[in-house]
Design a protein around this ligand. Structure first.
Ligand code: MN
Ligand code: MN
Length: 345
């Protein structure tokens, strides 16, 4: 990395740990939007904790779909689509949800310990003026209209909140009114499946619209790497990559073309962002296995790895291009490695 890089390149790293939380009695949220993290134009994230009976109230997002990953605990969601079809689901650690843009939903923390989850949105500006909460809406509407709409007297609405509550509490255990009717499920139990890639140095669990058809605009999952393991140099032709370190330490390299690049050290609670098409690699630099959440703003997962690309070209071409002898080029891997467990001699 040259000194020019830092002048011409945006910052590809952001610490969620350092963000101030929006705190309420039954939960909190920390967000990384494009306002906080300028490179993240196409993907934003919210880390949320809900205590048991804590409710992230009924709301929708006007400009983004929501992809959720349960980091710990148990959680329940409700959702409705424009056809009037609804679904209620319970989620545990390692489960994923996907809510299409604009569809109304709620999220409830369940016992015994509540839940911590990451929400990822396919728009860096999902938050500002684009999240529509039911209490905000009803408090902004003339009470006569609300009363008429809901078949009640004005006096019966005196306890309606006067502004957005965001996270509120449920007073008693919920009884679901309706059975599920949505033809496509919003839930996918990712960590109950076999990993998509299972290498000596680590594993990738990934869910895309292939296995989870409702998830048309996003895909993602979990990457684990053993100490020293390297997710090799690669790029994604079709999507930005949003990465969150759940545990461990990594080195992320980002190549931006035109002689510009960035090498970033990330640890727990930090986000890395690689724009579509940028070359990158991820190495575990810690003493323990690292666990990463990685999310893309496309329902289709696409990648091209360095070893796959080079091994598919004639050795003579690669040798001439890299100014190396054919003997050296023939030592390169003869197929895609994906994750390299340690430095080969
Ligand atoms: Mn939401
Ligand atoms: Mn990648």
């Amino acid at each position: 990395m040259t000194s020019d890089s830092s002048e011409k390149l945006p910052e590809f790293k952001f610490s969620l740990t350092d963000q101030k939380a929006r705190e309420l009695p039954l939960g909190w949220a920390k967000q990384a939007t494009v306002q906080d993290f300028p490179v993240s134009k196409n993907i934003a994230g919210v880390l949320m904790k809900l205590e048991p009976l804590g409710l992230r109230e009924l709301h929708w997002h006007a400009n983004a779909a929501e992809w959720g990953f349960v980091i710990s605990g148990n959680v329940r969601t409700t959702i409705i689509n424009p056809e009037g079809q609804y679904e209620t689901n319970d989620f545990k650690e390692g489960d994923v949800w996907y809510f299409p843009r604009g569809h109304g939903h709620s999220i409830e923390g369940l016992g015994p310990d509540g839940t911590t989850f990451m929400l990822v949105f396919d728009n860096g500006s999902f938050s500002e003026f684009a999240t529509f909460s039911i209490t905000d809406w009803l408090s902004q509407t003339p009470p006569e209209i609300v009363a008429k709409n809901l078949f009640v007297d004005l006096s019966e609405l005196k306890d309606l909140p006067s502004k957005e509550v965001y996270i509120t509490g449920i007073k008693e255990k919920l009884i679901n009114k309706k059975l599920n009717s949505s033809p496509l499920t919003h839930k996918y139990s990712l960590l109950s499946q076999n990993p998509l890639r299972d290498c000596d140095g680590g594993k990738l669990w990934l869910v895309s619209s292939l296995e989870f058809p409702i998830s048309t605009t996003m895909c993602g999952g979990t990457l684990t790497l053993k100490p020293e393991a390297l997710r090799e140099l690669h790029w994604h032709p079709n999507a930005d990559e949003w990465l969150y370190v759940i545990s461990g330490k990594i080195r992320l390299t980002v190549f931006a073309s035109s002689g510009l690049s960035s090498v970033l050290e990330l640890s727990e609670g930090e986000i890395g962002y690689t724009p579509a098409g940028y070359g990158h690699s991820i190495e575990n630099t810690g003493e323990i296995d690292c666990r990463l959440l990685i999310v893309f703003n496309s329902g289709v997962y696409e990648e091209i790895s360095l070893t796959s690309w080079l091994s598919s070209n004639p050795d003579e071409l690669v040798a001439a291009n890299l100014n190396l002898s054919g003997d050296i080029v023939r030592k390169f891997p003869d197929k895609e490695e994906f994750i390299i467990s340690q430095k080969k001699k």
